[in-house]
Design a protein around this ligand. Structure first.
Ligand SMILES: Nc1ncnc2c1ncn2[C@@H]1O[C@H](COP(=O)(O)OP(=O)(O)O)[C@@H](O)[C@H]1O
Ligand SMILES: O=C(CO)[C@@H](O)[C@H](O)COP(=O)(O)O
Length: 499
């Protein structure tokens, strides 16, 4: 039997899948790492933690592997997007990575609009300037940490750094480069115009390759540390959302994905780069050949639930915390939650907004709060679905992946709020599976990713909306949508009191 490995470098943990030639997940390992939130709006990780935990995870996996290590033919990656990793002339990391959910760069986003103009920015990058994207972070370091910036010779994204440490070669793939705000999305080249206008040396940008291109083999040192063979072929891999789409089979027009990881996204396949959503949703290059995708992003989706668990139930598992939410009625007995714990992206690009519980009552118990959190996250994702529907997309089936797909009641909540059939796949690890598929396709096991999806991906269950719940949620969603405009000003006033 032949195998490939998919490594998903997520925000909460690295998840590693060993997948055989018929797409069965033979083994999986997950290794967590910390998130550093030194101040409000800050979110960083240490790139060395990613490397250490991946090496440990691979080593655990390989120790249990009973086959011949040469049978593991390829490995590829899926990575949390946008995170800035700065490297010096020796490719040493210069500071902690500034992550996708770090919102310190509001002034730099304004600088980009001032220097480039919104129209030109959208024409080149097809995206607005958002705090989470990479370019504003580069400009922040240039302004606030000039010594570090002066030492920088290249920048990469999280999974690119991990791949560099495994192979010794530096690259960035198009699907991840699309989230930097420096890529000309149509031409698939670094935009010299963008670099020049904001005063960034274009030579900082690394060489570009396709997500399924070969990027080298495992170095002797890493082969020894992990147990992998030095002849294992390493493929570039892609942005976690592009990989999530591949791993969920979102490979033709009309297909929609919901992914609830630390962030939450609603993503739609696009066969062309010519549509115009006026920057209301992100528009990025796919990991599949000649394809694109659009998506709306909830910054704190799974993060809202893990925040609640950390604060109020740190000793319990997610399964225990969610055990009795089916006993709470739709609407959590009049309790609404908005998941703006770290600001928001879609539909409100607002770094200052924060979350709320509205409608607390003396009769509410902890389980009511838990259900309200799940409903609030799902309402937020429904805002993205509304944007797509208003732009003419027909969404009647949604493939759902990520940690949020593990709970059956949450699947029903998704079906009822989205008013669509929810499909759960055999593995909810879409990004890791997408990375494994990129390696399988790169190794020429299949002629196309679509053919690979036909063999690798299996539906586990379908959940259909319950009409009675759909009607209740429609009314509650209208109330939910009033919370943002009504709490915006209050949150701006509270900014001064945040640590
Ligand atoms: N058993 C579970 N039931 C419901 N949600 C869960 C469960 N386990 C994890 N989650 C949610 O999934 C999130 C992690 O999802 P994951 O896809 O692994 O994220 P990431 O790729 O960002 O690291 C957690 O923040 C949590 O909210
Ligand atoms: O910023 C985005 C997409 O634009 C996030 O979706 C990140 O890519 C992080 O993903 P997860 O860790 O939640 O999977």
């Amino acid at each position: 039997m032949k195998y490939v490995i998919g490594v998903d470098l997520g925000t909460s943990a690295v998840k590693i899948l060993l997948v055989n030639q018929i797409g069965e997940v033979v083994d999986e390992v997950s290794k967590p790492y910390p998130l550093y939130q030194e101040k409000t709006g800050y979110s960083e990780q240490n790139p060395q933690d990613w490397v250490d935990q991946t090496v440990e995870g691979l080593s655990d996996l390989l120790k249990k592997f009973t086959g011949d290590v040469e049978e593991i033919e390829g490995i590829s990656f899926s990575g949390q997007m946008h995170g800035l990793v700065l490297l010096d002339k020796n490719n040493e990391v210069l500071r902690n990575a500034i992550l996708w959910n770090d919102t310190r760069t509001t002034a730099e986003c304004q600088q980009i609009y001032d220097e480039i103009g919104e129209e030109r920015l959208l024409a080149i990058t097809k995206n607005p300037a958002l705090e989470g994207f990479t370019l504003p972070k580069i400009l922040w370091v240039k302004k606030h940490e000039p010594k570090i910036f002066a030492e920088t010779t290249t920048f990469v994204l999280p999974k690119d750094y991990l791949r560099y440490r495994l192979t010794g070669n530096i690259h960035m793939d198009y699907s991840d480069a699309a989230g930097t705000l420096l890529l000309d999305i149509r031409e698939k080249t670094w935009s010299k115009e963008m670099c020049d206008l904001v005063g960034i040396n274009a030579e900082l940008c690394p060489p570009l390759i396709e997500a399924y291109d070969e990027a080298g083999t495992i170095t002797a040192e890493m082969a020894k540390a992990t147990g992998l063979s030095p002849s294992t072929r390493v493929f570039a891999g892609g942005a976690d959302n592009a990989c999530g789409a591949i791993g969920a089979g979102i490979l033709v027009d009309g297909q929609t994905l919901c992914s609830i990881g630390t962030s939450g996204v609603v993503l739609s396949y696009e066969g062309s780069n010519e549509k115009d959503f006026q920057g209301k949703v992100h528009y990025f290059n796919h990991g599949a050949p000649d394809a694109y995708y659009t998506m709306g992003v909830t910054l704190a989706a799974g993060y809202s639930l893990s925040w609640f668990k950390d604060v109020f139930a740190s000793e319990e598992s997610f399964d225990d915390l969610l055990a009795d939410i089916h006993t709470v009625p739709v609407g959590s007995k009049g309790l609404l939650f908005t998941p703006y714990l770290v600001g928001e992206r879609t539909p409100y690009a607002d770094a200052a907004i924060r979350g709320s519980f509205i409608g607390m009552d003396g009769s509410h118990r902890r389980k009511d709060f838990v259900r309200a959190v799940l409903e609030g996250i799902t309402f937020s994702l429904n805002e993205s679905i509304e944007i797509f529907r208003k732009n003419g997309k027909q969404i009647d089936t949604i493939i759902t992946i990520g940690g949020g797909a593990k709970n059956d009641e949450w699947l029903q909540i998704q079906a009822d709020i989205f008013n669509a059939k929810i499909v759960k796949l055999a593995s909810e690890q879409g990004p890791g599976m997408g990375a494994a598929m990129l390696a399988a396709y790169g190794c020429n096991w299949f002629d196309s990713l679509k053919e690979c999806a036909g063999t690798f991906l299996k539906e586990e269950k379908e959940v259909v909306p319950k009409q009675e719940n759909v009607e209740k949620y429609k009314k509650l969603f209208a109330v939910y949508q009033e919370i943002y405009p009504q709490t915006k000003k209050m949150n701006e006033q509270l900014t001064a009191f945040r640590a």
